[in-house]
Design a binder for this molecule. Structure first.
Ligand SMILES: [Zn+2]
Length: 71
């Protein structure tokens, strides 16, 4: 009964990954008029925004609420 004494099964040891994956939930909204993408601030729910969102509705960054501002 001395079988399988040496393993050799090729069991691959994988390093334990204890680090939890960092998920950054970035929400972007696309302007309905200029098609530019605007990054929503943390906590801002895109569901709260109207479907046809435009840059002038941007109220979290001063001076950014216009379509002429670059993406
Ligand atoms: Zn726009």
């Amino acid at each position: 009964m001395a079988s399988a004494s040496g393993a050799g099964l090729g069991f691959r040891y994988t390093a334990p990954s204890t680090a939890a994956p960092v998920v950054i939930n970035e929400n972007w909204v696309c302007c309905h008029e200029c098609q530019k993408w605007r990054l929503l601030p943390f906590g801002k729910n895109p569901c709260d925004l109207p479907e046809e969102w435009v840059c002038c509705m941007l109220d979290w960054l001063h001076g950014m609420n216009r379509c002429s501002v670059s993406e």
